[in-house]
Design a protein around this ligand. Sequence first.
Ligand code: SF4
Length: 219
Amino acid sequence: MDKFTCPLKKIYPQKKKRAEYIIDSLEKIYPDTACGLHFENDPFRLLVMARLSAQCTDKRVNTVSAELFSKFPDAKSMSEAPVEEIENLVRSCGVYRMKAKNIKDMSKIIYEKYNSAVPCDMELLLELPGVGRKIANLIRGDVFGIGGIVADTHCIRISHRWGLTTKPDPLTTERELSRLIPPEKQSDFCHRVVDFGREYCSARGAKCDSCPLVNQNNQ
Ligand code: SF4
């Protein structure tokens, strides 16, 4: 049970208005937000990096990926790589055997079935090994500009603290935020929530006294 009660719920009792205020404020606080994974505008790279990022930091994934992609830069070469070699390269990301297997298997499908192009369709993305709705929405938002709520741990926790969602779980968060945030803003909104969560509203502590959402002078 989350012990933090966000004062924004009282300041903006109407949920839609509260959401609009939060969207606008985060745009001002983090005007230049971006995905923490350095995927160099390559959809395949983002797909692999997103799979590696489960239970791992973006910083670690960025470091590991530099060597991984220097050896296997595309879906074809990754699909033909010995799985043991991928395992060794991604070991420090944790759960490395499953991640390496998923990466090899998804690369094979992308190379053979989609001619090395990452699909944008939600159902097709979800058929790829190791890809769930969070990764699929990340790809659809950051690569294809379709929008999508990336319900990661920050997004789930903070949206619920804000009272924008009725339950702190991934599907509820995705479904309910999708109704409150325009599609063209969803992708950057989620990146900003990560920025905000790290700086002010973490799982262990909420810095409400210095939070720029309730202390306008700090913005
Ligand atoms: S840090 Fe800000 S957003 Fe988080 S609970 Fe406190 S006032 Fe609300």
